[in-house]
Design a protein around this ligand. Structure first.
Ligand SMILES: NC(=O)c1ccc[n+]([C@@H]2O[C@H](COP(=O)([O-])OP(=O)(O)OC[C@H]3O[C@@H](n4cnc5c(N)ncnc54)[C@H](OP(=O)(O)O)[C@@H]3O)[C@@H](O)[C@H]2O)c1
Length: 293
């Protein structure tokens, strides 16, 4: 994409920046946008193999210069904020304010709008990011996603080695297929603002599931007897630290395990955006079986 400003009269959604573009969700969004036709730019941390037809800017989302470069000629941003703190978003917010693109922010369905503080740091950072974007006058369209099914890919190592997934448990929630969230995001990114009166959208899967339920679905998909073993918080913390996971991430995961309440909420927002029902985790497990064997 040439580094020029959006031509006057060009529709919004004709040049789209995707952050977190190499992640489980971002990858799916980039792929779909590319197929749909708008010009797509990825923010990537490291130079990756070229993706034909997709422009890339290399750098960190917290870096002023990187974000200034990434936003040139962009009219719409699909904003994934992958950090556990909103404070480093200051330079990003400044750059967004200067260029004023349409912002679609990927948030969390676990936000409690009535609470002064959220249940855990991961949810709090999303609440803080929404607030920062709103108070900067960016009028973001907010997509609040439930737990992504792709988080289960983190169990692949354990399931290749044996039949048990051991880790901290977390309350049941309506786990959503990241491919569905990507479809919903693309519907918003390529749609017009008039269709967005119902935002924030809360994107859920079709039914609340525990981790044990998800492992059972994987067992069915793989035709193997698998089980989930809940590990107490202190033991889970020490194991994750011993595995070399950053302390802040470990504490956030433990806090989510201990403090996040069960959610039975299932919405039709995804269907309203995509025109079809949300997929099941059982389907996701069948489609991703190869990753676990
Ligand atoms: N997972 C969930 O259940 C869930 C639920 C609700 C909302 N969300 C939101 O959705 C986002 C995406 O989830 P995901 O599962 O796709 O995450 P993911 O697979 O971990 O991907 C994170 C992406 O962010 C990039 N990234 C990390 N730090 C960065 C930095 N400092 N500067 C620029 N890019 C950076 C990563 O780049 P590298 O490839 O270089 O690491 C990667 O592309 C989450 O970050 C969260 O905000 C997630």
């Amino acid at each position: 994409m040439p580094d020029t400003d959006r031509p006057s009269g060009a529709p919004h959604g004709s040049s789209i920046l995707v952050t977190g573009a190499t992640g489980n969700l971002g990858r799916e969004v980039v792929e779909r946008l590319h197929a749909r036709g708008p010009r797509v730019r990825r923010l990537v941390r490291h130079q990756t193999g070229p993706l034909p037809g997709v422009d890339s800017v290399v750098g960190d989302i917290t870096d002023h210069t990187t974000m200034r470069k990434a936003l040139v000629g962009i009219d719409t941003v699909f904003l994934i904020w992958p950090l556990l703190d909103s404070a480093p978003a200051r330079s990003l917010i400044e750059e967004l304010t200067a260029t004023a693109p349409r912002v679609i922010y990927l948030s969390s369905s676990a936000i409690d709008d009535e609470a002064a503080r959220q249940s855990d740091p991961i949810v709090q950072v999303h609440a803080d990011m929404e607030e920062l974007l709103h108070s900067a006058g960016l009028r973001p369209v907010v997509l609040r996603s439930d737990t992504l099914a792709s988080n289960a890919l983190g169990w692949a190592g354990q399931l290749k080695a044996g039949g048990v997934v051991a880790g901290p448990d977390i309350a049941r929630t309506a786990v959503v297929d990241e491919r569905d969230v990507a479809d919903a995001a693309v519907a918003v990114l390529c749609g017009s603002l008039d269709e967005l009166a119902h935002a924030p959208y809360v994107l859920t899967g079709p039914e609340p599931l525990s981790r044990a339920d998800q492992v059972a679905c994987l067992g069915a998909a793989l035709s193997r007897r698998l089980r989930f073993e809940a590990v107490p918080a202190d033991l889970a913390r020490s194991r994750m630290l011993a595995d070399g996971r950053p302390e802040r991430l470990v504490e956030a995961l433990i806090a989510a395990s201990v403090g996040r309440p069960e959610s039975k909420r299932v919405t039709d927002h995804l269907t309203r955006l995509t025109g079809r029902p949300a997929g099941t985790f059982a389907r996701w497990a069948i489609d991703h079986a190869a990753a676990f064997s």
